[in-house]
Design a binder for this molecule. Structure first.
Ligand SMILES: [Fe+2]
Length: 572
């Protein structure tokens, strides 16, 4: 141990050390390694007990340790949430460089975690009896020197009443037969990151009755220097049996959910998928209720009703084509959405219906272009790959999901060009790689809808970059939202996209479609807009601009969803 190096730190630092440790606990600073021994007792039903320690200068090769004793005065269990906060970023890799491995030993329980990029490592240990805990930090290789500061929170489970909420399912990997991804939310990160599951029900029995158990990763949703309240827990169960019902509970010290179930996809059975989108709340002040006397809006009851109606169909999954919420950067909007929509996408017998989430412009942030980022959406859902554009394979069906946010509400054209171009290679490769009988594409903003083309509306960017690509790539149906109507086209082919001069603040060139109507889905692609999951509807004659076009086979301004039944010969 390099005592001399430690002493290079200011004497003020040493005084600080003594003050902190004295105030918080009985402490002794020992120069055998960098060791502070603290002792504290749990004496009252407090939620958080905080110990700070190990303020020192770490050098490569140093090992820092903080020890403390937990004296539990009663027999109720507690959990220790150890948050190690250091002034340097971790590299997230246990490669023996930097401060990247931290051990936390409580009794015979030993946890090791890598330091995250934000300089934080988390450990959770449950205990019942008086014990001594020891936290060790190892500094490797090229670690910079500085003052380390450990905060240890001891959270008593007896005061935690924080059962899982907003439980939802999806597929974070493209294997709907053998995997299922579960996400849930708790107020505190330590409240529970465990899922127990089995092929038979154990409702009413002990958690230990379930044969299988998995531990979820826990994360916060943060961007622009703020984080949503609470913590998301996410785990992908693998090695599941196809076409099988699994019963599960999620939770931990903060409480457990009731027993739910999910169903893996059976490769030999027809698949049933619901498509819907746009459940966001009105802009506010009733604005959207005034634009047309026939507009339908009874937010939020419409989206609650819709979710319940979808559940009665018993679908294998729901494709949600974006604009779940009005402001993607607003936790209140999200938490309400999970209450209204995902909490109701559950069948009467307790099966949670997986959601294939498609990002919309409203998920990016608030109008106009406030805190715009993909991170809000990515944080609350679990999708494959980059979570924004990806594909999933079902029996006889390939689902291609794309991102069309245009940056955010209020930005549009330039970001839309960027987004469209960025996905071109992915679309080509993805469509070339599938031999599924049916292909559907799902994204948020439509380019065949009630609005005329050639006006510089941002969806024309997609017309230029994607229309032929998707149609020639074999996409049978394109599902979108954004416009709060149902609209279905006849099968059609885009034969040309013509550049036309426009005078918009964001572009001087628009794109106009030239199409041919076809007689069958063999020859053409069917475009469906279904932005009807609860947002105030847009009458298709809205403003005189959004009208029924000649390529439309059907159009309604009603809250509704599309139910697809797919087998080897038909898609209904
Ligand atoms: Fe939208």
């Amino acid at each position: 141990m390099r005592i001399s190096k430690i002493l290079r730190g200011s004497s003020l630092l040493l005084i600080t050390i003594i003050l902190i440790t004295s105030v918080l606990a009985i402490a002794a600073y020992v120069y055998s390694g960098i060791t502070i021994t603290s002792r504290t007792e749990i004496k009252e039903p407090i939620r958080v007990y905080r110990i700070k320690g190990l303020p020192s200068t770490l050098w490569p090769g140093d090992v820092g340790t903080i020890e403390f004793k937990v004296e539990n005065k009663d027999t109720k269990p507690y959990i220790i949430n150890c948050t190690v906060k250091l002034p340097w970023p971790g590299d997230g890799v246990a490669d023996g460089r930097g401060i990247d491995v931290i051990e936390f030993i409580v009794g015979d329980q030993n946890r090791t975690a890598d330091l995250r990029d934000d300089g934080v490592a988390h450990f959770v240990i449950e205990g019942k009896e008086t014990l001594t805990a020891k936290v060790t930090i190892k500094a490797h290789g090229d670690v910079p020197s500085g003052v380390a500061d450990i905060t240890i929170d001891i959270i008593r489970s007896v005061v935690l009443n924080d059962p899982p909420r907003y439980i939802h399912l999806s597929w974070a990997v493209n294997d709907v037969y053998h995997t299922m991804t579960i996400m849930w939310w708790t107020e505190y990160d330590v409240s529970g990151n465990v899922v127990v599951y089995d092929t038979v029900s154990h409702e009413g029995e002990d958690i230990a009755a379930y044969r299988f158990k998995a531990i979820a990763e826990t994360h916060q949703v943060c961007a622009y220097g703020k984080c949503f309240p609470g913590y998301w827990h996410e785990v992908t169960l693998t090695g599941l049996q196809p076409g099988t019902t699994y019963y599960f509970k999620v939770g931990g010290p903060g409480g457990w959910s009731k027993e739910y179930k999910f169903r893996t996809i059976d490769p030999n059975k027809p698949v049933k998928i619901v498509v819907t989108g746009d459940s966001r709340r009105p802009w506010g002040e009733g604005y959207e209720l005034k634009v047309h006397p026939e507009v339908t809006s009874n937010y939020p009851w419409s989206r609650i009703w819709l979710a319940k109606a979808v559940a009665t169909e018993d679908p294998d999954a729901v494709i949600f084509v974006g604009d779940m919420v009005n402001e993607g950067n607003n936790w209140e909007h999200w938490s309400k959405w999970f209450e209204d929509v995902t909490d109701n996408l559950i069948t009467a017998d307790g099966r949670i219906i997986p959601i294939i989430a498609v990002i919309g412009n409203h998920e990016m942030g608030a109008y106009p272009n406030v805190e715009s980022t993909y991170e809000w959406f990515k944080g609350v859902f679990a999708n494959p790959g980059n979570e924004l554009w990806f594909s999933l394979d079902f029996p006889n069906l390939h689902v291609l999901v794309l991102a069309t946010t245009g940056g955010c509400v209020g930005t549009w054209w330039a970001p839309m060009v960027e987004e469209a171009k960025e996905q071109v290679d992915f679309i080509k490769e993805d469509l070339a790689s599938t031999d599924a009988k049916w292909i559907i594409a799902a994204f948020h903003v439509p380019y065949y809808d009630c609005f005329p083309s050639g006006t510089g509306y941002p969806s024309e960017v997609l017309l230029k970059y994607w229309a032929k690509l998707l149609e020639e790539g074999g996409v049978d149906m394109v599902f979108t939202g954004h416009v709060h109507n149902y609209m279905r086209s006849w099968p059609l082919r885009t034969v040309d996209v013509v550049e036309v001069p426009v005078d918009r603040p964001w572009t001087k060139v628009g794109y106009k479609y030239v199409y041919e109507l076809k007689h069958s889905s063999e020859e053409g692609t069917t475009y469906v807009v279904v932005g009807t999951a609860g947002a105030p509807t847009d009458p298709y004659e809205k403003g005189g601009a959004c009208a029924i076009r000649d390529f439309m086979a059907s159009a309604y301004a009603r809250h509704m969803y599309v139910l697809l039944e797919i087998n080897s010969t038909n898609i209904h």
